[in-house]
Design a protein around this ligand. Structure first.
Ligand SMILES: C[S@@+](CC[C@H](N)C(=O)[O-])C[C@H]1O[C@@H](n2cnc3c(N)ncnc32)[C@H](O)[C@@H]1O
Length: 345
């Protein structure tokens, strides 16, 4: 279960304190409906804003910040595992919204010293600045905000060690996405991470971007990125046409969040798809397989649905008789990576 940093939770609470809970709930329902209908209309983004009014920005703060924070925090932790010893110093967050990624990254890599947050909407930037003023982290408080349209011309931005595009691709006009992904890769000194909602269309965008990144060729030279997560291999994605690779992160719902969503549950599960790639040469610790579903635990065996390092989808059944592997399999969760070193996997 992921909780927001206390300073972010308190700043959000203050931010929304002037709005009646019923109003926040109505704004949230409208925004959520817009995201849902966009998600079911793959490849139809017109590139226009999802959060045009101050009320939409408030609803975004109440209902999306906790969820995208949780998903991004999970992804960043996985990347830290796959790149042991890598200490990024700079972060570029493209389509930063209210700066959620910087809050999560500051906790995962305390050595991050510089954040550049690129965002088109002034309402989002203003919210991000108000929240950041309350942050304990220097990275978040001192971040540089650039008001830029990602699909237009950028000011001169030097490469950053870590570059993130989180929950943005679906808002980019499809014809502009490849150029944006390639441009972000050029700005990446170490690792580039793309995150999307864990829907079929979100995964389709991630899969497409992964192909652009892993297969990049300039002249006769393959300059493609190294895929480090979640995939245990850099070959074509083996997922069938009617399935999609996604994971889930449980998010604690604050009182405010519960009011905004009009529900009583104390948590929700945020589903997300992602890909992380790194510059070849950065020492990576690949996994031997990734767990793609909740493991099915039975009395005598555990059944695992995996994507394997050889590039295929496999089912593995680990029986209780295989004591070491069974013990390790009991600790695996949906989304876990299985290390090469573990119990003869
Ligand atoms: C769903 S929010 C995600 C915010 C943040 N990255 C996160 O993960 O929480 C998408 C953000 O991308 C921004 N965005 C969408 N298209 C953009 C563009 N062409 N240029 C700059 N920002 C853009 C939106 O204004 C919005 O703030």
């Amino acid at each position: 279960m992921v909780e927001l940093p206390e300073s972010l939770r308190a700043a959000l609470e203050d931010e929304l304190s002037s709005l009646a809970p019923k109003r926040v709930a109505a704004l949230t329902a409208a925004l959520s409906q817009r995201y849902r209908s966009a998600a079911s209309n793959l490849a139809t983004s017109t590139g226009s804003s999802f959060v045009p009014s101050p009320g939409d920005v408030a609803a975004y703060a109440a209902y999306r910040i906790p969820a995208t924070f949780a998903a991004v925090a999970a992804v960043l932790k996985e990347v830290r595992e796959r790149l042991p010893g890598w200490e990024p110093r700079s972060l570029l967050d493209a389509g930063a919204g209210p700066g959620t990624v910087a809050w999560a990254a500051a906790a995962v890599w305390p050595g991050l010293a510089k954040a550049t947050l690129v965002e088109r909407e002034s309402g989002m930037i203003a919210l991000g600045r108000r929240l950041a003023a309350r942050a304990a982290s220097d990275l978040v408080r001192d971040a540089t905000w650039l008001q830029v349209d990602l699909t237009g011309s950028w000011p001169d931005v030097s490469p950053h060690d870590l570059v993130v595009l989180s929950y943005v691709l679906g808002e980019i006009q499809p014809g502009r996405a490849e150029a944006l992904v390639n441009q972000l890769w050029e700005m990446t000194g170490g690792a580039l991470i793309l995150v999307e909602p864990g829907t079929q269309s979100g995964h389709a965008r991630i899969r497409q971007a992964r192909e652009w990144l892993a297969g990049a060729v300039i002249g006769a030279t393959v300059v493609g990125a190294t895929v480090i997560a979640p995939c245990p291999h850099g070959g074509p994605c083996p997922m069938g046409a009617d399935d999609w690779c996604h994971f889930a992160q449980r998010v604690a719902r604050s009182r405010l969040h519960r009011q905004a969503k009009g529900g009583e549950l104390s948590y929700e599960d945020e589903k997300f798809s992602y890909v992380a790639v790194s510059r070849p040469g950065l020492p990576a610790a690949p996994v031997r397989a990734r767990v793609l579903r909740h493991p099915q635990v039975r009395s005598g065996h555990i059944r695992l649905e995996l994507c394997s390092a050889t590039g295929g989808l496999t089912s593995e059944i680990v029986t209780r008789k295989d004591r070491e592997r069974f013990k390790e399999a009991r600790d695996l969760r949906w989304g876990s990576g299985i290390q090469w070193s573990e119990a003869g996997w």
